[in-house]
Design a protein around this ligand. Structure first.
Ligand code: FAD
Length: 409
């Protein structure tokens, strides 16, 4: 593997880092203040729309999309270091139109959408005019096994009728959210992996009721996580993505790049937490010495550096394999980073919180909310255990009796 960033990547990194220094970091407090002053936790602060214009002007827009025409044309390896930089601030990804779940939804529409679906939904998403949600998880079934997903999508004339309940649907409280990609069962009697389909459902379709916002450790996220009831929701047959029965195939296709993005953002958050840890440790004095002089604190600093480097290199390896041998052959690495990166970031954040004392659990240093957010990454997009299961199955396969090898291969 070649660890040298390409010239293109280095050039983007330099411009993005300068943009973070000049515009994003100084806007963080403004964003929080505007959000707080509005009295609405889902308000879109004016500063965000200003940042979006600046990011566009700076050519730091849709960097996630490998397509040359609509995105920056960057490979996974080129984009990964940029996702790390974006992960340093909770407002950077949206400012650059690179935030989940829109990125995955745009990739899906770009790859599988019909010309009409692209015109109607992909273009405004690429322009940053609207936002979107991805609705798979259901409260009534263990959704980390996607074969359990039960929302019914039934044909009726030239329409689909949707009935069921979803939860943890990120973004539906964002004031700009207009469209959901909904996964459900069209053919319950088909073979297991062709029972599901994905359909486009505008948020304002009659029968869609967003019943409540789900807080994360008590935090109300600005984009929100909705529990949604679908009652006789009707959309035209032309809203199916790809074709009926392709739900699993599409879900698989969206996962690889999304995981690289999540993991590199987590590493960016870990780097920033380590910076804060070090700054605090050299400036606080106890018992006649800066905290940084204590052996255990130096051990935490060293462990953090080692773990961050390991997670970054593993993630870059996964990105490089996706670029060179394809997502299928990178399955073990993609699953591995999804476990490794959030856990490393959580460890570093936990140490940073400890070094900040009581201040660490307030919102004064941004550590507590970052911890809460990163903790959800051990669940969202598949819990750790499921990714470990898929790694272990491939690792064990050569030692299994021949007839059992196919299971989970
Ligand atoms: C902040 C946040 C945002 C989210 N955003 C979205 C979104 O936008 N759209 C969406 O559709 N979903 C979203 N989710 C849902 C998320 O993807 C699911 O919570 C996750 O896939 C797990 O599904 P579940 O909650 O049904 O857990 P379950 O499937 O009930 O699993 C519960 C636990 O069982 C254990 N477990 C499961 N399988 C195994 C196994 N094989 N071996 C050992 N242990 C196992 C794991 O510890 C797991 O955490 C989000 C979740 C969070 C917290």
């Amino acid at each position: 593997m070649d660890f040298e960033p390409s010239q293109r990547c280095s050039e983007f990194k330099e411009r993005l880092s300068a943009f973070m220094d000049e515009h994003i970091y100084p806007a963080e407090d403004v964003y929080e203040r505007q959000l707080r002053d509005s009295g609405d936790p889902h308000h879109q602060p004016a500063i965000m729309e200003e940042l979006k214009l600046l990011a566009r002007e700076a050519g730091l827009w849709n960097m996630f999309l490998p397509d040359e025409e609509h995105g920056a044309g960057l490979s996974n390896s080129d984009y990964a270091p940029l996702a790390e930089i974006l992960g340093r601030s909770r407002i950077a990804s949206e400012a650059c139109n690179c935030s989940a779940p829109d990125t995955g939804n745009m990739e899906v529409l770009h790859q599988f959408g019909t010309p009409e679906q692209k015109d109607r939904w992909l273009m405004p998403l690429l322009e940053g005019e609207i936002r979107s949600a991805f609705a798979m998880t259901e409260p009534d079934v263990a959704s980390s096994d996607a074969t359990n997903i039960g929302l019914r999508i039934e044909r009726d004339g030239d329409e689909y009728v949707l009935n069921g309940r979803k939860w943890w649907i990120t973004n539906v409280f964002h004031p700009n959210c207009r469209i959901m990609i909904v996964m459900g069962k069209t053919q319950p009697d088909a073979p297991t992996y062709t029972q599901q389909s994905q359909v486009l459902v505008p948020l304002d379709t009659p029968g869609v009721t967003v019943q409540r916002n789900l807080p994360v450790f008590g935090y109300i996220d600005q984009d929100g996580h909705g529990e949604i009831l679908f009652e006789n929701v009707r959309v035209p047959l032309s809203n199916v993505i790809s074709k009926e029965g392709d739900g699993f195939m599409i879900a698989q296709a969206r996962l690889g790049p999304g995981r690289i993005h999540h993991c590199m953002r987590a590493i960016g958050a870990a780097e920033r937490a380590l910076e804060k840890l070090c700054q605090r440790a050299v400036s606080r004095v106890t018992f006649g010495q800066p905290i940084a002089m204590r052996g255990n604190i130096q051990d935490w600093v060293a462990e953090s550096r080692i773990e961050i480097e390991m997670a970054r290199l593993l993630t870059l390896k996964a990105a490089w394999m996706m670029d060179t041998v394809g997502n299928r052959h990178a399955r073990t690495e993609i699953a591995a980073i999804k476990v490794a990166a959030p856990n490393v970031a959580l460890k570093v954040l936990d140490r940073a919180i400890q070094v900040h004392g009581g201040g660490g659990v307030t919102e004064d240093f941004g550590l507590a909310s970052a911890y809460a957010h990163l903790r959800t990454l051990r669940l969202a997009d598949g819990p750790d255990e499921v990714h470990k299961l898929s790694i272990a199955r491939r690792e064990l396969a050569p030692y299994m009796p021949r007839e059992e090898r196919a299971v989970g291969a």
